[in-house]
Design a protein. Structure first.
Length: 212
């Protein structure tokens, strides 16, 4: 059982936990994985914290602020997420099996509406592509703002005649031409995977333009 079971770390203890966890992630001497299983983290401010692969199983995270936190591969099994703020958190590969009150916390991060959707994508050399995601196309996003779609229709290409994307390791080189429907090599239904197979896009032009 974790040394933090039923306990709440103080501010200084949090700093020590996160510093040792960062060292552990980097493989440095003196590092140790953050083991906060069964800890009382109710209303804790963990905004932006790097808790990748941390053990938060059965922790009380009611009302905790996890916005922007890195929870990649973290163990959240059995944790209580009632009222937790997960907006912008990286939840890729996180284990949320048997997590309590997770539905509302997740629902509050949903940003994609149903129906036809006009969106934006940034391709190589700063070329912008305006896309239509048809109502029939599956779409998803994890806990951030980057989204994926099953397919898309190209409405406009700004900055070149053709927009080119290499798939960022999740598919072959793709060209975007006005009037064409673009379909990826495959589609990943796992919504928690932000960077996976599908047509990647942002809802707003400003976010696409800022994407690096």
């Amino acid at each position: 059982m974790s040394n933090w079971a039923g306990k709440t770390p103080t501010a200084s203890e949090w700093r020590d936990i996160l510093e040792k966890h960062a060292a552990w992630l980097s493989g440095k001497a003196g590092g140790s994985r953050a083991d906060l299983s069964r800890a009382n983290l109710s209303r804790a401010n963990l905004s932006g914290a790097n808790l990748s692969r941390a053990n938060l199983s059965r922790a009380d995270l009611c009302g905790a602020n996890l916005s922007g936190a890195n929870l990649y591969g973290a163990d959240l099994s059995g944790a209580d997420l009632y009222g937790a703020n997960l907006s912008g958190a990286n939840m890729s590969r996180a284990d949320m099996s048997r997590a309590k009150n997770a539905a509302l916390a997740i629902a509050q991060t949903r940003i994609l509406p149903e129906g036809d959707l006009i969106v934006w994508k940034k391709c190589h050399n700063g070329v912008l592509v305006k896309l239509l995601i048809p109502a029939s196309a599956k779409r998803s996003h994890a806990f951030g703002r980057k989204c994926r779609a099953e397919y898309a229709d190209v409405l406009e290409v700004i900055g070149a005649e053709v927009g080119v994307s290499d798939g960022a390791g999740y598919g072959p080189r793709t060209e975007y031409r006005i009037g064409q429907r673009v379909t990826p090599d495959s589609w990943d239904d796992n919504w928690i995977e932000e960077c996976s197979h599908g047509i990647h896009f942002f809802i707003t032009r400003a976010e696409a333009e800022a994407w690096q």
